[in-house]
Every structure is written in structure tokens, then in C-alpha cells.
Write a protein that binds this ligand. Structure first.
Ligand code: URA
Length: 434
């Protein structure tokens, strides 16, 4: 087989066989096929899509690039959640401890920042000492003892996803339904899970801008889950404005802490509790979804979700005091305010622009070798629907280096739309696909 032939056939819209996809993924994982050829292949997929058979082969070959983690020795129902990626989307760090506090075992394989979206691993690594590279035994131990353990794909678990994910991030090939589905589902199926809740984002800050595409992605992922006998549900949720107020790694950890102490933003709290409830329901901890919602809210109100996240942080080597003392987290050295040019209602806050601005000042990566600046980001002062006076502060940019701050500030300023009339409220949870 020759890589160039596979690229050419995919570019021409032909279907590749399972053997060909497997050969390509294996060759790339072993370093036998260079980045530039796989980049061309990914771009061909971006334009030509993949058939179900190709996606299935991609999922299997990414799983087979590493080891499957057998969690059957750990008691209790194992349910994970995964988001397709958003701006200010820190729900994993709220839903997972809430579900774990209700008796679900949550073994989570998370991702890093991708494109303009944030990544759970990068957020957690802003906590001093926190390790996301646990060995399989350490991961199982934390899961068994605490109920919530989180790692990234690694040299042992889905290593192919790690390489492909970073390459997609640097080659503008993230927004592809089959590539997103293969990336997410391979990580989830590399573990022996009992259930999975997917949060498929749609809107300006999501990879899927249209609800029909989000639905296709949700259907593809739940179909893959079904073929593997995994109970799965996907929520399609709005990502037209950032979730909550904080965007940026350490800033988001602060907001997670506030939310788990019942003092978080309404949209973030509602979505996180709904996802936790669905995890609890899928885990069959209680008989109905309404009971699961009640239980998730109870775990929020009684602070046990908050304590659960602290336990996970400690178990993974981090300093859990950061949740009470934000000065222990990396802090920015400069702040810049963005003001409303006139009075009116905030009718839109373009989440993609906010995510890009935050990434530009260091919260994300331009190339796959770049490191993240955990301290930087944006804090919104307003949300869509709010009335503001001329000159009111719309948001603050937090930075540690001045070099791209002006460009970022202009992007952020452009992200806000003001109107004379109050905008129609948008639903946060748009659809459920199972
Ligand atoms: N999350 C992932 O793990 N992979 C993607 O491609 C997008 C979101």
C-alpha cells in the first residue's frame, strides 16, 4: 500500500477499505507515515466525509493502537461523559464529581484544547501538582477509591488519537463529523464502560454550527455506541455564547469551584446538573430521570460533589486547596477591560471569537508543540439578554504577555452585539438523541 494512493482516493471521494484505514492509522502511530501525508489525508476526509464502514474502522484502529482498559474488577456502574467541545465548557468537572458523589464510577479519558475550544486536561493541569498521566493501575485505583478519575489518551490508551488530535488542531481539520466521532468514541470504547452521556455542542462556539450537523454527529456517535452494546445518550446543547462567565484554564477551575458550591452561573449549573442526572439515570442508580435530577441537585446542594472533586484532585497529586484559595492557581499579571460602545441589550456574544481571542493570548495552541498559559483568558461581565449602559464593562481579558493583547481585544470587542430590543431567550438543551 502507498499512502499517496490512499490520500488520492479519499480526495476523489472513494471509500477506503477497513484494512486501508487500519494500515494508515497504524503507520502514523508508529511514525512510519509522516505528518504531512496524514495532514493531507485529514483534509481529504474533511471535504469528502467518511462512510460508516470507514468510521468504524477508524474507531477500531485507534482503539487497537493502544491497550483496552478492563475496569470489570471495579464495582459499581461505570459511566463517562464527553463534550464535542465548546468555549467556557467546564461541565465535565462539575457533572462528573456530582455523578460520582451519587454512586456512579466515572472513568474519564479527556482531551486537550482543540481549535478555539478548551480541553478538560489543560484546565486540570492548571492545578499545581495535578497529574493527568496516571498509569493504568493508578487510574483504576483512583476510580475505585474516589469514584472519579481523569486521564488523557496516552502511549498506552488510544495513542493514535493523541497524534491525530494534535495534528487536526494544527491543520484546520477539526470540524469533521467522522473525525470527531472517531476521536471521541475510540477514547470511550477503550474502556469497559456501562454508559455514556455525550454533550454535542451546536452554535458559533462549537465545531458544528448547524443543528442538522450536530444531530448527524450525535446519531453517528450513539450508533457506534449501540454497535458496541454501550448505553449512550447525546444532548444537543447551545454553544452560541460561552458557557458560564469564565474562559481560560485556571479561570475555569475557579468557576467550577463556585458552581460546585452552588454559587455558579445559571446556564452552567443547569447543564452540568442535567448531564450528571443523565449519567446517574444511565447508571441505573435510581429508576427515573426525575429521581436522577433530584439526586444530582441534592449532591450539589449538600456539597458532596464539591468534596468529590477535591478528593480526585488530591488522589491525582494536585493541591485541592486551590478550590478555596484561588491565589494558589496560576494568576495573570495584566487585565484589560472591554467597554460597551453604546447602551442596549446584549443580543449575541460570539463564542468562537471569544475562544479564539483567549487562545491567541495563550489559553490554546497555534502549533502542536506549543504550551498553554494556564493563567490567561476572558471573564465575561454580561450574558446574552442583559441590558447594559454605554461604557459598561462587557468583559475583562487576563494576560501575562502583551504581544497579542490588542488583536485579542479587538476580536473580543467584535464578539459582542448590542441591540435596542430584548433578544428572544434561547433554549440551552435543544434535543436528546439516543
Ligand atoms: N473531543 C474529542 O475528544 N475529539 C474531538 O475531535 C472533538 C472533541
Amino acid at each position: 500500500m502507498r499512502t499517496v494512493d490512499l490520500i488520492q482516493r479519499k480526495r476523489n471521494g472513494e471509500e477506503l477499505s477497513s484494512e486501508e484505514i487500519t494500515w494508515l492509522v497504524n503507520g502514523y502511530t508508529k511514525g512510519e507515515i509522516p505528518d504531512y501525508q496524514v495532514s493531507a489525508f485529514l483534509m481529504a476526509v474533511y471535504y469528502q466525509n467518511m462512510t460508516d464502514v470507514e468510521v468504524g474502522a477508524m474507531v477500531e484502529s485507534i482503539i487497537a493502537s493502544g491497550e483496552r482498559l478492563d475496569l470489570s474488577s471495579i464495582s459499581g456502574p461505570k459511566v463517562d461523559k464527553h463534550s464535542t467541545g465548546g468555549v467556557g465548557d467546564k461541565t465535565s468537572l462539575i457533572s462528573a464529581p456530582l455523578a460520582a458523589a451519587a454512586g456512579v464510577k466515572v472513568p474519564m479519558i479527556s482531551g486537550r484544547a482543540l481549535g478555539h475550544t478548551g480541553g478538560t486536561l489543560d484546565k486540570l493541569e492548571s492545578i499545581p501538582g495535578f497529574r493527568t498521566n496516571l498509569s493504568a493501575d493508578e487510574f483504576k485505583d483512583v476510580l475505585d477509591r474516589v469514584g472519579y478519575a481523569v486521564v488523557g489518551q496516552s502511549d498506552t490508551v488510544t495513542p493514535a488519537d493523541g497524534k491525530l488530535y494534535a495534528l487536526r488542531d494544527a491543520t484546520a481539520t477539526v470540524e469533521s463529523i467522522p473525525l470527531i466521532a472517531a476521536s471521541i468514541m475510540s477514547k470511550k470504547l477503550a474502556l469497559t464502560l456501562d454508559g455514556l452521556v455525550l454533550d454535542v455542542k451546536v452554535g458559533s462556539g462549537a465545531f458544528m454550527k448547524r443543528q442538522t450537523d450536530a444531530r448527524k454527529l450525535a446519531q453517528l456517535m450513539t450508533t457506534i455506541a449501540r454497535r458496541h452494546d454501550l448505553r449512550a445518550q447525546a444532548l444537543i446543547t447551545d454553544m452560541n455564547q460561552p458557557l458560564g462567565y469564565a474562559i481560560g484554564n485556571a479561570l475555569e477551575i475557579m468557576e467550577v469551584s463556585q458552581t460546585l458550591q452552588s454559587a455558579g452561573p445559571d446556564d452552567l449549573t443547569r447543564l452540568s446538573v442535567e448531564i450528571a442526572a443523565r449519567m446517574i439515570f444511565i447508571a441505573k442508580i435510581v429508576p427515573t430521570l426525575d429521581d436522577a435530577r433530584e439526586l444530582a441537585y441534592a449532591r450539589l446542594r449538600d456539597g458532596s460533589g464539591y468534596r468529590k472533586l477535591k478528593e480526585t484532585i488530591e488522589a491525582q497529586g494536585g493541591n485541592s486547596q486551590v478550590l478555596d484559595r484561588f491565589e494558589l492557581l496560576p494568576n495573570a499579571t495584566g487585565a484589560m477591560e472591554i467597554f460597551a460602545p453604546r447602551g442596549g441589550y446584549v443580543s449575541a456574544i460570539d463564542a468562537e471569537e471569544i475562544g479564539l481571542a483567549s487562545s491567541m493570548i495563550g489559553a490554546g495552541r497555534d502549533t502542536k508543540e506549543d504550551s498553554i498559559d494556564p493563567a490567561v483568558g476572558v471573564i465575561l461581565e454580561v450574558k446574552v439578554g442583559q441590558k447594559v449602559e454605554s461604557g459598561a464593562v462587557l468583559c475583562r481579558l487576563y494576560f501575562t504577555k502583551e504581544d497579542r493583547i490588542q488583536e485579542a481585544a479587538e476580536r473580543v470587542e467584535d464578539a459582542f452585539r448590542l441591540s435596542n430590543s430584548e433578544p428572544e431567550p434561547r433554549e440551552l438543551i435543544l434535543e436528546v438523541v439516543s
